[in-house]
Design a protein around this ligand. Structure first.
Ligand SMILES: *Cc1c(COP(=O)(O)O)cnc(C)c1O
Length: 463
């Protein structure tokens, strides 16, 4: 597979370079595949729903081409995904796709674990270790730390702002040993990011240490997220066929911040996954819903909300969506909705009451968007809480009850127990893997917000 970049289509590069470089420093653009190959018919129209592993392997083969031999790709996928993504039917027209069964209980495990193993593969013949530096405001640090833990040839240094992340988040990123280190910086997230950026532009340091980043714009985090869209849409189609509902449409409802998850869904659809449309669901950071309504893309500073992993005012993957589709095409595919914090609490409460299912605040934003888009008549009448900014043609199918929404549940509700408790007076039990982390000793090193001292620490502790 050949990759190009969002800003200059004459750029051509291979998978290894796209993964290793992360973005194209010369243009500032993001890597995207030059084309979206069609999935094999054996997957799309086989007699039974293929296992998640088969979907992941066949899809990954198309993007890795001959750069990773099938035997190695198999090992990468088996090691990355000892868990899967179950689809839970809540009601006739609504399902939840649970993406929190990985080690950190959030969907970022799918992207980060694949990225770590692919980077390790491409680094296999290097004679020096590759050092990943990552600044985090909470969730990315734990997903990246966990994904790279004990992966050969690589290590990770996580910088996080002291006192500015939740106690659970802090435990999740500061309790590793071995190749993952955490620095607790006396400063803000922006200070952490500045320390990392300064290190990347420090030529003397880079001559001594091989440095890299693992941020969310890396194409190797995006492609594996298409696995669960493909797998779940095939599973839902098979269930609908059994119910004589082959003409129904399948709509993916995606709680979005940086829009990496939604972009992965668009890629899955381009490859032939049986998906008819999407709902771009955001919190008050509604840059993309506003773009679909007005046609003007206006990035802005982010505002804090209860679904804080989606607090993004300038979503980086907008650039990929705009490279894939015209505004009109995007409008035909994606409905758009946004919801405030009061609505998010109400959504957690109402979904719990209606179906007994406990959502986290991110999934709740998506659930409410789906509820708002559905007809509000008769005994099924519901309170509309969010704002709809774009309605595609497929919306007609909702009136005839021939549309099936798949709510992507991106985190386990126990990670946001305070909000969930406030919304509905009960809590999700803490999964064992989170309870275990809470019991581990914190190993973070204190770090002043000072580049000279950070640099000295890197030189003393990394090789
Ligand atoms: C990162 C994150 C999101 C947003 O995903 P994007 O790919 O940035 O749109 C949603 N929910 C949770 C729990 C997340 O951690």
């Amino acid at each position: 597979m050949t990759y190009t970049d969002t800003r200059n289509p004459s750029v051509k590069t291979d998978f290894a370079s796209a993964v290793t470089l992360g973005m194209n420093a010369a243009t500032g653009g993001l890597y995207i595949p030059c084309s979206y190959p069609r999935l094999p018919d054996s997957l799309l129209s086989g007699a039974s729903v293929p296992p998640f592993f088969d979907v992941a392997l066949e899809t990954a083969k198309l993007y890795a081409g001959d750069e990773i031999p099938p035997r190695n790709l198999k090992a990468i996928i088996a090691d990355a995904y000892p868990f899967d993504a179950p689809l839970v039917r809540l009601a006739d027209e609504t399902s939840v796709l649970e993406l929190f069964h990985g080690p950190t209980c959030a969907f970022k495990d799918f992207g980060a674990r694949f990225m770590a193993r692919v980077m390790s593969y491409f680094n296999r013949n290097a004679d020096r270790r590759l050092h990943i530096l990552v600044a985090t405001s909470g969730d990315t640090g734990s997903a990246v730390g966990s994904a790279f833990y004990q992966v050969p040839g690589l290590d990770v240094t996580i910088l996080y702002p002291a006192g500015k992340i939740s106690p659970l988040q802090e435990k999740q990123l500061s309790t590793f040993d071995g190749n993952i280190r955490a620095l607790k910086v006396s400063g803000t997230f922006d200070d952490c990011q500045k320390l990392v950026k300064t290190a990347f532009t420090d030529d003397a340091l880079r001559a001594a240490l091989r440095l890299s980043s693992a941020n969310s714009i890396n194409i190797s985090r995006l492609l594996p997220q298409s696995f669960y869209y493909i797998h779940s849409s095939l599973a839902l189609r098979a269930a609908l066929a059994e119910e004589d509902r082959v003409d129904d449409v399948v709509i993916m409802v995606v709680p979005s911040g940086n829009f990496g998850n939604l972009t992965s869904g668009l890629i899955a659809r381009e490859m032939g996954a049986p998906i008819d449309g999407f709902v771009a669901a955001t919190n008050a950071n509604k840059t993309v819903p506003d773009w679909l309504a007005s046609g003007n893309y206006e990035p802005r500073p982010s505002v804090p909300t209860l679904s804080n992993a989606m607090d993004v005012g300038a979503p980086s993957n907008y650039e990929r969506i705009a490279a894939m589709y015209s505004l009109e095409q995007a409008r035909r595919l994606c409905a758009a909705c946004w919801l405030d914090d009061a609505g998010t609490l109400e959504a957690i409460r109402e979904c719990g009451e209606r179906s007994g299912y406990l959502l986290d605040p991110h999934g709740a934003v998506a659930w409410q968007a789906w509820s708002d888009l559905r007809p509000q008549a008769g005994s099924d009448a519901r309170v509309r809480r969010g704002t709809i900014t774009n309605i595609p043609e497929w919306h007609d199918k909702l009136a005839g009850r021939k549309a099936n929404g798949v709510i992507l549940e991106t985190a386990h509700p126990a990670k946001f127990s305070e909000t969930v408790q406030k919304a509905c007076g009960r809590n999700a039990p803490l999964p064992e893997r989170l309870a275990k982390v809470l019991a581990l000793p914190e190993r973070a090193t204190q770090m002043p917000n000072d580049y000279a001292q950070f640099r000295e620490w890197l030189r003393d502790n990394l090789d």
